[in-house]
Every structure is written in structure tokens, then in C-alpha cells.
Design a protein around this ligand. Structure first.
Ligand SMILES: Nc1nc2c(ncn2[C@@H]2O[C@H](COP(=O)(O)OP(=O)(O)OP(=O)(O)O)[C@@H](O)[C@H]2O)c(=O)[nH]1
Ligand SMILES: [Mg+2]
Length: 420
């Protein structure tokens, strides 16, 4: 299971109902005000991240045979695109709608196929192909373009890089946006001795030479390493049309699996995707580290919303006001960790008895469970306390759902300042 966006309305409805059951705090006006101030921003977050989310859109460019289909298969983790053994040249992009039904996610991918093909020696044909690519990119508006270049074709690539740079500038002029493009260096396993894999020191040196060569061909000076301890993982560029150069191997056959550095590419794509495409991407990858990153950023945002309660002009903001917000947060963390997206997951977490008893339990009981997690003298709560306790509760839920660990929310809350 995972977060199914079709279940968001159900969840939000449940949360609204909980809010309506809260005590009046002196006057119904106060409760409405609190509901607006607390739930308003939370619903905005949910809209951005869940109900308003959409599949990521990727666009593959590169010469025929350089490994676009293989790269797509490696990124997806299964065969979705046909890997070709003969060169062909096509000047129309092919669309793949890739479904991950078990995690309610999908991707939209376009493969430009042979647009940058070496067979296009005729200048007019090449101009037409580039013009086509420009129009196609404007029409498809991909989140990320993957420019696939094989290790063997790098050294006569100057022309493609220049062509892509011009294309990029045209797109920026016409749309106001620079496309987010990654240069993916494929087939690095074929450098030097094919049989040596994964790379030893000699092969690593050959890969690094190619990265250097590309950097100088692109006249790049300012770079940062994706992994500070290992330059082989790839480099981020601060002054180029390309955001990064990432070397990979995508080779896979029934007899051997030589894929390498795909995880770093996957992570980098995730880091540059817009917020609306994050949920589908992260869920489809089924990678705990990426799901955890998203969960941590949600906890931070919910803690900040809870902190806003300090700004509410009521004499004694009651800690139970936070219950609906915290339950919503716990439900989402549960959903990210592969539980169904529902209030029941949050209840089952808070009430070890689980099962039918959890279904029947009321708001007062849930509030009590939450307060137990962070014992606070009295029921009054300040903005800072609201934020840190919500953060602690989120972190404890995260540890439980992702690692089956029971940590004390109270202890975690104490770390709030350092982390947030
Ligand atoms: N050794 C090695 N071979 C690869 C790698 N990636 C792709 N190949 C091989 O390169 C050949 C072409 O790969 P494709 O993925 O079909 O290339 P493509 O860019 O999709 O080609 P077109 O669809 O014709 O444009 C296939 O035989 C792949 O097995 C890699 O990283 N290492
Ligand atoms: Mg292909």
C-alpha cells in the first residue's frame, strides 16, 4: 500500500469531523478561527503534495543507440522500453505512460529517439530535426530532460552540445524557463577493459577523464560533487545549461546485471523535480531513503503549522487543538511507509490494541494518547512547544512506521531546534 490520492478527500473529511468535535474554547468563533489558521495551511500542503500531485514528466534526448531505452528501463527497474540492436532513425518522439499500480503512481516519459542522430549529415535535415525538438519540448514541458550520451561518442560530441545549448537558450527566450537538463553519460562500463566491472581504479580514472573532458567542452568552471567523498557519482554544475553530469551503466541481460550509479541519478532527478511530481516519483522508486526525505519535509512543515498556533489570539490555546493536525500528519507518514492513507493507520499506531478497538475510539481518547507522547504540564501550549511536540510526534511515528522502532516522542521533541 501507499498513498492513494483518491483517498485524500476521505481523510480530509475525517479530519474536518474531528475538528468539529473539539471543545468550543469559550466561543465557537475561537474554534472556527483555530480551524482556519491550523487546518488552512495543512490543507494547502496536502493539496500541493497529494491531491494536486501529478506524474513526473521526463524527456529523453540523445543519439540513436546511445542507450536511452536502456536508461529508462534502468530508472524504472523493469523493461518498459524496447532496447534496440539495430540503429534506426526516427524523428518523432515516442510516449511512454508508465504505471506503478501497486503504489498508485505513474510517469510520463517521452523518448525523442533518433533526433540527434549521426545519420543526419544533411544540414537542412538536422535543422528540421532540431526545430522539431524545440517545438516538441515546448509542447510537452518536461520536468527534466535527460540528455543521454554514451562514453564512446563523447569525444565527437561538440556539435551536439552546441546544438543543445542553442536549443536551451531558445526555449528560455520563448518560455521564460530554462529546461532542467541532466547530461547522463552512459555505457561507462565499455571504457578500457570491458570485463572489469564494477570500476577498479584504472576504470574510475577513465570515467573521471571523460567527466573532465565534458566539463571543458562545456566550458564549465564551477562544480560541486554529488557525493563529497566520491567524484565518480557525478558533478553538479553551477554555470551551465546542464545541471549535472552523471555517469551510469544501464546494461542488463538475463545473464548479468551491470547497472551502476543509477541510484544517484534517481536521487538527483528526485531533487530537481517540482513539488507536484514528488509523490508519484518517490512512491514509484520504492526507496526508503527517498520516502524518508519526503516524510521529514512533511514533518517540518506540519511542525511549522502547529507553531503558528502561538499566533492565535486566544488566552489559553489548548493542546487538544493540535490533535486533528497531528493525526493528519501521522496518517500521511503511515501512507508514505506503505500503509493505506487513512486515519485508521494513525489510530492503530496510537492505540496498540489496534483492530476494531482503534476504529471505535473517539477524539478525546486520541488526544489523550497524543498528549501521553509529549507530557506537558497543564494543557496550555505556546507556539514553540506546539511546533516541537508536533515534530517529536512526527519523528516518533516515522521511526515506528519506517523502522518498527518505538522512540519517545518527548525525547525527539527536545532535538527539534537542531533539526528543523
Ligand atoms: N555495455 C553497455 N551497453 C549498453 C548500455 N546501455 C545500453 N547499452 C546497449 O546499447 C544498445 C542500444 O541501447 P538502447 O537503449 O536501445 O539505445 P537507444 O538510445 O534507445 O537507441 P534508439 O532507440 O535506437 O534511439 C543495446 O544493445 C544496449 O544493450 C550500458 O550502459 N553499457
Ligand atoms: Mg530506444
Amino acid at each position: 500500500m501507499a498513498i492513494d490520492r483518491r483517498r485524500t478527500d476521505e481523510l480530509l473529511h475525517g479530519i474536518e469531523e474531528l475538528f468539529d468535535k473539539l471543545p468550543d474554547l469559550g466561543s465557537p468563533f475561537v474554534k472556527d478561527e483555530v480551524k482556519r489558521l491550523v487546518l488552512g495551511p495543512a490543507l494547502e500542503e496536502i493539496k500541493k503534495l497529494i491531491s494536486g500531485s501529478r506524474p513526473p514528466c521526463l524527456y529523453l534526448v540523445g543519439r540513436s543507440g546511445d542507450g536511452k531505452s536502456s536508461l529508462l528501463n534502468a530508472l524504472v527497474g523493469r523493461e518498459v522500453a524496447e532496447v534496440s540492436h539495430v540503429r534506426r532513425c526516427q524523428t518523432e518522439s515516442e510516449r511512454y505512460y508508465i504505471d506503478f499500480p501497486e503504489v498508485y503512481a505513474s510517469w510520463d516519459v517521452y523518448d525523442s529517439r533518433g533526433i540527434f542522430d549521426p545519420d543526419l549529415t544533411d544540414e537542412q535535415t538536422e535543422q528540421d530535426a532540431l526545430a522539431f525538438l524545440e517545438e516538441d519540448l515546448i509542447a510537452k514541458q518536461p520536468d527534466v530532460i535527460l540528455h543521454v550520451v554514451s562514453a564512446q561518442s563523447v569525444r565527437n560530441l561538440q556539435q551536439d552540445l552546441l546544438a543543445f545549448s542553442r536549443l536551451s537558450q531558445n526555449l528560455k527566450r520563448r518560455t521564460g524557463f530554462s529546461p532542467k537538463t541532466l547530461l547522463v553519460l552512459t555505457k561507462v562500463d565499455l571504457l578500457g577493459d570491458r570485463e572489469v566491472w564494477p570500476p577498479d581504479a584504472t576504470k574510475a580514472g577513465l570515467i573521471l577523464d571523460l567527466i573532465d573532458y565534458l566539463q571543458s567542452a562545456l566550458r564549465i568552471e564551477q562544480t560541486e560533487l554529488l557525493d563529497v567523498n566520491n567524484r565518480l557519482r557525478g558533478v553538479r554544475m553551477l554555470d551551465s545549461e546542464y545541471l549535472a553530469i552523471i555517469p551510469v551503466c544501464c546494461y542488463m541481460s538475463p545473464l548479468r546485471d551491470d547497472r551502476w550509479n543509477i541510484d544517484w541519478l534517481q536521487e538527483y532527478i528526485g531533487a530537481v523535480l517540482p513539488e507536484a511530481a514528488q509523490l508519484d516519483y518517490v512512491q514509484s522508486q520504492k526507496r526508503k531513503d527517498l520516502l524518508l526525505k519526503l516524510s521529514s519535509s512533511i514533518i517540518k512543515r506540519f511542525a511549522a503549522i502547529a507553531g503558528g498556533i502561538g499566533a492565535i489570539p486566544i488566552p489559553v490555546p489548548d493542546i487538544t487543538l493540535l490533535t486533528p493536525l497531528q493525526l493528519l500528519m501521522i496518517s500521511i507518514i503511515g501512507g508514505l511507509s506503505c500503509r493505506p492513507l487513512s486515519l485508521e493507520s494513525a489510530k492503530a499506531y496510537l492505540l496498540p490494541a489496534g483492530g476494531n478497538m482503534a476504529l471505535a475510539v473517539g477524539l478525546r481518547n486520541l488526544s489523550r494518547q497524543l498528549i501521553k507522547l509529549i507530557p506537558i504540564g497543564g494543557s496550555a501550549i505556546s507556539g514553540t512547544l506546539a511546533a516541537s511536540s508536533t515534530w517529536g510526534i512526527g519523528k516518533a511515528a516515522e521511526a515506528y512506521f519506517f523502522f518498527g522502532k518505538k522512540l519517545k516522542a518527548e525525547d525527539l521533541a527536545a532535538e527539534y531546534k537542531n533539526e528543523a
